[in-house]
Ligand binder design. Sequence first.
Ligand code: MEV
Length: 303
Amino acid sequence: MVYKSQAPGKLIIAGEHAVVYGYPALAAAVSLRSLVQLRPRKDRKQIFKSNIHDTKLLKLTVDTTFQFLKKTPTSGFSLVVKSDIPEGSGMGSSASIAAASTLTLLQFLKTKPDKEFLNKIVYEIEKEVHGTPSGLDNTTVVYGGVLAFKKKGENFRFNQLKSTSAVLAKFILVQSGKPRESTADMITNVALNVSENFHILKEIGRITSLFIQNTKRGVFEPELIRENQRLLEKLGVVGERAKSIVHSIEEIGGVAKVCGAGGIKKGSGILLTYHPQIEKIKTLAQKNKWNYFSVKLGVKGAQ
Ligand code: MEV
């Protein structure tokens, strides 16, 4: 018997970092996936293989899941991950791998894969990996769709927005380079200056609320992406390369922003970019040899 599961990646459309402090965020599950296969073994060995991240994440996922279930399997198994989500670039690769792996483990241990339970386990794993995350990444990859999300203490409030395709189908993603820093480092950087940053986080919250209201009404205001990016720059999470890419896109009449934790020493991960004539961004990207791609937003969650 082979147990198979998969989970999507995620993109934060608005509200990263501020979401850690209880402000709203808008995120979407995207059509890049982690596929996981679990094959029981005759001996008691646990074998881990993954094409991205080191296998520590898989070991952590196994240990955390068994702790939650308060049981361990009697036989060993091999857990193999294949993911096409760019690693450490703000697209939820760790949450996606943890969600899909946990699902195979739940099937293996004959436990009903309830989404709320799955989300709790993946949040616990995310805390081990990222320090004090908001829970947005795990919730987005577990439930899927396009989510308006808020952290409330240890709990999450979220709803899936309907019919967002007309508003959100127009982005191109540009790779500004893999950050040197981890998500945990970037969350800590913001936390170290939280009193100075507080008004910036509040303003990101205000813009994100507007973005969510607009999306619900089928309205798209590119200017909000530009404002969100400026605030992320002020917050100190955007590196020089990403700033220069954003600047070039703005010069031709587009907008762009960092998605996720960002990075300052080198790359800042994936940039969400938009132009009313999207071909213009593609041409600019080709000219500058930027790596770009598009994804479908609002896909199904872990299954
Ligand atoms: C990371 O994908 C997004 C952050 O807002 C952290 C979090 O929400 O946990 C930077």
